[in-house]
Design a binder for this molecule. Structure first.
Ligand code: ARG
Length: 562
C-alpha cells in the first residue's frame, strides 16, 4: 500500500480526465502541520479549465469524493486536505515492513544496469587524507543506495599510482631514505621524503629536473625505477587496506592510473585522427576555449602523459568493459574543472555517452576553517582520527554500560561509525569542520545517537520475548503516527537519495526516525499487556528494521547492544 497513491486515485476519479495521475502526483503537497491532514491538493491550476474560484472547486470536489479508506477529506480554502485512516494505514505499513524485512524499500529502477563508481582513489606514498575518506564513504554509500534501487555498481579505486610525484619520491628516497626505514613505517616515511623534497627543491631547482628524469624512466620502462615504484605501491596499498577493513569498504577494482599506461596511445591516435590535437609550446593540447575552459593538456613537452590523458583512457575503458548506464566519479569539488574538460574532450571525440558521466563532487573537511594539505604537512591522519573516535566511544560506553560484553568491538563500531555518519550527514557539497567530541556524542545529530536508538529498541524486543506478529497490527496511538508515516516514506527517501546521489538524505532521515521513535517511546507504555501490545511491538520491530537498513546504506554498523 502506498497512501499517496490512494490520494492520487481518489483525486483522479473526480478531476477532469485530461489531468494525468502523474500530474496529480506531482501537485500533491505535504502540509506543514498535522491539523491540515497528511496530504493536501491545491486547486489553483484548475481555476482556468473549470471557470470557478479555487475554493469553490475544492468544496465541490470534496463533495464528490468517496471518503472510504480515509479518516476524512475536507477542504480548507483552495486546498483539499486528506486525513488517512490511521488504523488501516498502520496495519498495512507494519505488515509490509515485517514481511519485507531487509528488502523493505527495494526498487528496480536500475534494471541491473552497471554503474562504475570511481571512489577513494588515494595517492600512493601519501597518507589517506580526510578528503579521500569523504570519497570512500560517499562512494560506498552511493553504491549501497544504487544497489537497493536495482543498479549494479562497480567500485573502482583509481589509485594515484602514476605521475611526476613518483619521480620526486625516488629522488627523495635515494638521497635520504633507506629500505629499513621505509619498511618500518612506509607511508609516514615516504611522506617525509616527499615533504623534504619540496622544501629542498625551493632552493635547488635541479632536484625537480632529476625528479622529472626519474619519472620519464618509469614511463620508458626502466627496471630500477619500476621496481622502486612497485615496492612503494604495494606497501602503500597494504596500509590503505587496513583503513578499508575498518571502514568495511571493499572494491571491485584497483585499476589505478598506471593501469592505463598502455591504453593512452589509442586515445592519442583518435584525438589525432579527429584533428583535435594542437601544438602549444611543444606540448599537445585540446583547445577548449569555445567552452570557456582552459586547454586539456594531453602530452607534455618531454612526451610524458598527464592526469587527464589517463582519465580519458579510463573513461573509454570503463564504457567498453562495463557498458555502463552511468559512470560516477566521487571526487572533491576542486576537480570540477577537470571533469568538465574530461567530458568535453570525450564529447568532441564523438562519444555521446559522455553525458552519462557524472562528477559527484564534495566539499572539504577543514581544520579550524583551514584547508588541509599534504604538501605542507598539514594533514589530519585518518587513522589517528579513527583511533581517537574509538577511544572516545569506549569512554562513553564505560560510563553508560560498564557490563557490556565485547566492549572493544562495540567501541570500534561506534567510533568508526560516528566518523562515517558525521561525514555523510552533511550535504556532500558543503565543507565542514571536524570536531571529534561533537561527532562521537551519544545525543544530538550523531551516528551514535541512531545506533543507540536502535540498540534500545532491540532491548525492548528482547524484554518482550516471543511475539507472534501475525494478525491485526492496527495502531491508532496518536503518538505513533509520526513514526508510522516516516517508515512509510522510506522508499521515497531512498529513491530521492539515489536520484541526487546524496547519502545525507538517508542520514538525515535516520536521525528523524530515531528522534520520532524516542518521542513515541517516552509517551507510550509499549510493553503493557493489553490489546495494543503486539501492534506496538511491531512498530518497534519495524523501526529497528528501517534504522538498520538506513545505517547499512551509510556503511555504519548497528551494534545490538551499546
Ligand atoms: N588521486 C586523485 C587525488 O587524490 C583522485 C582521483 C580521482 N579519480 C579520477 N578518475 N580522476 O586527487
Amino acid at each position: 500500500m502506498n497512501s499517496k497513491k490512494q490520494v492520487v486515485e481518489a483525486l483522479a476519479k473526480v478531476l477532469p480526465a485530461e489531468i494525468t495521475a502523474d500530474q496529480i502526483n506531482k501537485l500533491i503537497e505535504k502540509p506543514k502541520t498535522s491539523d491540515l491532514g497528511d496530504y493536501a491538493f491545491p486547486t489553483f491550476i484548475l481555476a482556468k479549465t473549470m471557470h470557478k474560484a479555487p475554493n469553490m472547486i475544492a468544496e465541490e470536489l470534496v463533495g464528490k469524493m468517496d471518503q472510504a479508506g480515509f479518516e476524512k477529506i475536507v477542504n480548507t480554502g483552495a486546498y483539499i486536505n486528506f486525513f488517512l485512516d490511521k488504523a488501516a494505514f498502520s496495519d498495512a505499513i507494519l505488515k509490509e515492513v515485517l514481511k519485507e524485512q531487509d528488502d523493505y524499500g527495494n526498487q528496480n529502477e536500475g534494471n541491473g544496469g552497471n554503474v562504475p563508481i570511481d571512489m577513494s582513489s588515494p595517492n600512493i606514498a601519501k597518507p589517506m587524507s580526510m578528503g579521500h575518506l569523504r570519497s570512500t564513504v560517499i562512494g560506498n554509500s552511493i553504491a549501497k543506495i544504487l544497489t537497493k534501487l536495482g543498479y549494479s555498481p562497480i567500485k573502482i579505486n583509481h589509485l594515484g599510482d602514476w605521475g611526476t610525484q613518483f619521480g620526486k619520491l625516488i629522488v627523495g628516497y635515494k638521497m635520504w631514505g633507506s629500505k629499513e626505514e621505509v619498511e618500518e613505517d612506509p607511508i609516514n616515511n615516504l611522506l617525509k621524503y616527499y615533504v623534504r623534497f619540496h622544501k629542498e627543491a625551493e632552493d635547488k631547482p635541479e632536484l625537480d629536473d632529476e625528479a622529472r628524469a626519474w619519472f620519464k624512466k618509469m614511463e620508458d620502462g626502466d627496471k630500477e625505477a619500476l621496481s622502486l615504484w612497485t615496492w612503494f605501491r604495494s606497501l602503500s596499498l597494504s596500509e590503505f587496506q587496513k583503513i578499508y577493513t575498518r571502514l568495511g569498504v571493499e572494491f571491485d577494482s584497483f585499476n589505478g592510473e598506471a593501469f592505463y599506461n598502455d591504453k593512452m596511445d589509442a586515445v592519442i591516435d583518435t584525438l589525432e585522427e579527429k584533428n583535435l590535437l594542437k601544438e602549444s609550446q611543444g606540448a599537445e593540447i585540446v583547445d577548449l576555449s569555445d567552452l570557456d575552459l582552459s586547454p586539456a593538456l594531453i602530452k607534455k613537452t618531454d612526451g610524458a602523459t598527464l592526469y587527464i590523458t589517463r582519465d580519458l583512457a579510463a573513461a573509454i575503458y570503463r564504457k567498453n568493459t562495463y557498458k555502463f548506464v552511468k559512470s560516477l566519479y566521487v571526487v572533491g569539488s576542486e576537480q570540477a574543472e577537470h571533469f568538465k574538460k574530461l567530458k568535453a574532450v570525450l564529447k568532441m571525440m564523438g562519444y555521446d555517452w559522455a553525458d552519462d558521466i557524472h562528477h559527484i563532487e564534495f566539499g572539504l573537511i577543514t581544520n579550524g576553517g583551514k584547508k588541509l594539505s599534504t604538501r605542507k604537512g598539514r594533514v589530519i591522519l585518518l587513522e589517528n582520527v579513527l583511533n581517537d573516535a574509538v577511544d572516545l566511544a569506549k569512554k562513553q560506553i564505560e560510563e553508560k554500560n560498564p557490563d557490556l560484553k565485547d566492549k572493544d568491538q562495540v567501541a570500534e563500531s561506534v567510533g568508526v561509525g560516528a566518523v562515517v555518519f558525521h561525514d555523510l550527514k552533511n550535504e556532500r557539497r558543503d565543507s565542514f569542520d571536524f570536531n571529534l567530541e561533537e561527532v562521537v556524542r551519544f545525543e544530538g545529530e550523531t551516528g551514535p545517537y541512531v545506533q543507540y536508538t536502535n540498540a534500545r529498541a532491540l532491548s525492548i524486543l528482547r524484554k518482550a520475548g516471543d511475539v507472534d506478529f501475525d494478525g491485526d497490527l492496527t495502531l491508532d496511538d496518536p503518538e505513533a503516527w509520526d513514526t508510522l508515516k516516516l517508515i512509510q516514506e522510506f522508499p521515497d527517501i531512498l529513491s530521492r537519495a539515489g536520484r541526487i546521489y546524496e547519502p545525507s538524505v538517508i542520514a538525515k532521515y535516520a536521525l528523524k526516525l530515531a528522534k520520532s521513535f524516542n518521542q513515541y517511546y517516552a509517551h507510550s507504555k509499549i510493553l503493557t499487556d493489553d490489546a495494543g501490545r503486539v501492534a506496538r511491538l511491531s512498530l518497534v520491530k519495524s523501526v529497528t528494521i528501517v534504522l538498520q537498513i538506513s545505517l547499512g546504506l551509510l556503511g555504519v554498523k548497528a551494534p545490538e547492544e551499546m
